[in-house]
Ligand binder design. Sequence first.
Ligand code: ME8
Length: 505
Amino acid sequence: MSAPFYITTPIYYVNDVPHIGHAYTTVAADFVARWRRLHGDDVVFLTGTDEHGLKVQRSAEAQGVTPREWADRTAQRFVEAWRGLDISNDDFIRTTEPRHYHAVQQFLQTVYDNGFIELGTYEGLYCVPCEAYYTEEELNDGRCPIHDRPVDHVTEENYFFRLSAFEDRLLEHYTKHPDAVQPESRRNEVLGFIRQGLRDFSMSRTSIDWGIPLPWDSSHVTYVWFDALFNYCTAVGYGADPARFERYWPVNYHLVGKDILRFHAVYWPAMLMAGGLEPPQCVFAHGWLLVGGEKMSKTRLNQIFPADLVADFGVDGVRYHFLADQRFGPDGDFSYESMVARYNADLANNFGNLASRVLNMAVSYLGGTVPEERANGPLAAAVPRAYEAMVGAMADLDLAGALAALWELIRNANAYIEASEPWKLYKAGETEAVAGVLGDCLETLRAVALLASPAIPRASADLWRRLGLDGSPESERLPDAINIGRLPAGRSLVKGDSLFPRKDA
Ligand code: ME8
């Protein structure tokens, strides 16, 4: 029976259209989901949209439409953006769906009955883009530390979530599960925040009605973050399908940007505990994709849209860049120039070139069929070594490291061709030796197509077909599928066009 594996992206606000910052997290989650499927896991990969709250309500007002119309319109943009990047999500959740209303209300009632929600008055400083309250000390000269804009002074009668009751339990949880927040620097940040002392937070609003009403007091709607975080439980059947929920919860990975770490690693586990549920197995917070050294945002007008990059680099080119160009964890700068450079170096020169050289030689020297012979040269050991390195890196979500290990194999294969000079062997009439060398290279290409498929599914599937293989890399199961000798002799090879044509700077 295959193992359950549940991975999520944040659900994105529908006040904004999808840009490459959103794509960054989503492509990363897709890579991991595909990698796990390739190992036979029963994967649920969830993404979606966050549609309630003041921020969305105000965007809709600015457009002169109802929040629901606005949400319908923008949610569709996200669906299309992910289709355009070959994202393999199993579900797309919208917080305005009835399934989510039911789940949230049931959960709220449980937390209320457990005594962790109580009525109070709130007076505070609120940042609408964050949908969060700040204290004076947290602001920079009275401005939101994330959005660098003035905050609103708000007084409301609110229900409060008793976060303060969970300080010890959270610390105990993170001591027992040191990997539950990654990377390490983020874990330290979370521990530091908890140790400073946790304040109860207001979890309802009366000033707006665009939200989920509290089941015991319909004059209040649920605070958008309380509603949004619960999407992760709704999607796997909380309150509707207990067996399914039991199977996938607690989630394996929540991938999030560092901007929303606190919500995911402090509020969320406490909320779950309050409702008698287990906290996430791991919250992994990555850094920002910066443009010219700044975070991309609507107000800075420095947003880049995935479809524009796909037009220039293809789907695989864009996916590969996000995964390989910066480590998953720290911030990284995005630039068109470095994208061209990496595309040419890694995809056109290394990957594409290896495929076309090997296939061309096999067509010229072997009549275009997979030979029986194998030289059992250095690649026979390099293939499993690359796979093992990828397994290790992927276990740590070192996505760029995993691809670097695979590209090391590609470089080894190119170097092996240089060293063994099949063209000379062919001229010298050493037919068996040529077949042996190319046999090893073709086996390696098969392994490369297989291991690259979670990152660059299109080129990998194309290469798979050119190798005369049936099905697609996705129909294979690792680790068995990595074994050398899986490429059947006698199959017809196809040269085809270049997989990644070079780009001019
Ligand atoms: O925060 N670099 O939604 P959001 C890297 N609805 N990642 C980026 C990025 C950038 N420049 N910009 C955005 C919300 N992201 C809430 C989440 S979850 C229950 C609710 C990515 O639309 C990154 O994953 O503001 C970040 O955390 C997320 O988009 C924020 O998306």
